[in-house]
Design a protein around this ligand. Structure first.
Ligand code: B1M
Length: 232
């Protein structure tokens, strides 16, 4: 999509640069994405704005063309890799708020599902908001969640799923917690593009989180509520 040879990113204005980053993400150009992120930061952009406006914005275009059969898995993998390059630069900046520790979360993508960009973003934002995050990675079976909950004793269990075929697995995890009498020990938050509030309720989660910012707000609210209950 882009004619990289002719373009010097630093010479573009903000709007042009973001458009160019959309093209570069589409083309899976990791170094250009990293450069674009650094330029926007040097111009005073907040790390969160770089993340949502340039990177997530670009990935939305990739997602639409993937859905429509214009892009295929290898190309989307390259785009994902480029996005991760940008996220790697932003991660310490998002975590740099100096916020006191407000709670702990274990999070992982469910069994059968290898999408991790959204989950990683949620982890980064939660860390930035002062949560300790234990990230279990992708393709987690129920035992992986249970072992981590036992070992880490978090306030929150977070689960991510990006496929309509894998999202029902969240219910398997929650049902197992119920069977073992452990469901009420944790706040269960779920997220991922195909989910919605109704699904979250139906599987017995405490809340569905539309995006990473909502995940942070929801986590703070529920942890605050839990601590108040314990205190009174
Ligand atoms: Co996949 N893929 N993919 N894919 N992929 C989707 C999800 C799809 C919607 C594309 C499409 O058709 N438009 C489609 C699913 C269709 C469906 O089920 N209805 C799809 C498909 C079909 C597949 C394969 C089956 C393709 C194939 O092999 N034929 C395959 C499945 C592999 C598997 O998992 N078993 C597959 C593979 C891949 C890649 C490996 C190529 C790559 C993943 C790379 C990676 O993650 N490391 C990939 C990608 C990149 C996508 C799209 C394009 C982008 C996903 C993404 O990263 N979005 C995606 C299309 C789309 O979603 N528009 C697609 C950006 C990210 C920031 O958003 O993940 O939604 P998201 O996360 C958000 C919120 O959802 C929320 O907060 C995040 C940040 O704001 N959130 C949470 C997410 N998890 C949360 C957890 C929480 C809270 C909030 O816990 C508390």
């Amino acid at each position: 999509m882009s004619d990289e040879d002719d373009i010097i990113l630093a010479e573009l204005d903000d709007e042009e640069l973001v458009q160019q980053m959309f093209d570069d993400l589409y083309d899976g150009l990791k170094e250009e994405i990293e450069e674009g992120v650094n330029i926007l930061l040097s111009r005073g952009w907040a790390p969160y704005d770089v993340l949502t406006k340039a990177l997530v914005g670009g990935m939305t275009i990739v997602g639409a063309d993937f859905r429509d059969g214009i892009l295929f898995v290898p190309e989307v993998l390259l785009a994902a890799n480029a996005m991760k390059g940008g996220m790697f630069i932003l991660k310490p900046l998002l975590a740099e708020t100096g916020a006191p520790r407000v709670g702990k979360m274990v999070i992982g993508t469910v069994k059968g599902d290898i999408h991790d960009i959204g989950k990683n973003l949620v982890s980064m934002m939660m860390e930035g908001a002062g949560f300790e995050v234990v990230d279990l990675g992708i393709n987690n079976a129920v035992d992986a969640y249970l072992e981590a909950l036992e070992a880490e004793e978090p306030d929150i269990l977070g689960m991510s799923a990006l496929l309509t075929t894998t999202m029902p697995y969240m219910k398997v995890v929650i049902d197992t917690l119920v069977e073992q009498g452990k469901r009420d020990d944790y706040i269960v938050l779920v997220g991922g593009a195909p989910l919605n509030e109704e699904f979250g309720k139906a599987i017995g989660a405490d809340a569905y989180c539309r995006d990473a910012a909502v995940a942070v707000e929801t986590a703070k609210e529920w942890v605050g509520r839990k601590h108040n209950q314990m205190a009174g």
